[in-house]
Write a new protein. Structure first.
Length: 166
């Protein structure tokens, strides 16, 4: 049981860290590959699913979790649909005007997963307040996922701007 607990929690924290690392490019306002817009939301969703699914996979069937996640995705999609950006269609690059919110949300996912892992590692058992952590990570990860998907679609639809000099 302890091996599975630490393994799943370690992968959860690693996924959250990967999401934060992939969001750093957006925050620096430098041109990044358009596909990198999807990574912060994807990694946050992976960390969320790992937190909710362990130890019982049946927890993924909770309609309340999916409702919270869906509302958060819609809020994030609204942000991603209106975020300022320039898109280079030839090189498939994008530069966001204000992309710091992705980094802050990804760091929120990291914080939630690290605290969850620390509680479970210190007690050697499941966290009794795990539903609170699941709610928090669903809100933040849903926002990040919706923002990532909407920004990716929007970057494909924008007019071309040269972002890379040949």
């Amino acid at each position: 049981m302890f091996f599975n607990l630490y393994t799943i929690d370690s992968v959860m924290v690693f996924a959250a860290l990967c999401g934060a690392a992939s969001a750093m490019g957006e925050a620096r306002r430098q041109p990044i590959k358009r596909t990198l817009l999807l990574l912060p939301g994807g990694f946050a969703l992976l960390a969320t699913i790992l937190m909710v699914a362990f130890p019982k996979m049946s927890d993924l069937l909770d309609s309340g979790f999916w409702t919270v996640l869906l509302v958060s995705v819609l809020v994030g999609a609204g942000r991603g649909a209106f975020i300022g950006m320039a898109s280079d269609h030839y090189w498939k690059l994008v530069r966001l005007d204000h992309g710091i919110d992705a980094l802050l949300a990804a760091l929120g996912v990291v914080l939630i997963t690290v605290v969850q892992f620390a509680i479970e590692a210190s007690t050697g058992a499941e966290n009794r307040a795990e539903t609170t952590f699941e709610f928090a990570i669903a809100v933040v990860a849903g926002y990040l996922l919706g923002r990532s998907i909407a920004a990716w679609f929007r970057a494909r639809a924008l007019h071309h701007h040269d972002l890379k000099e040949v």
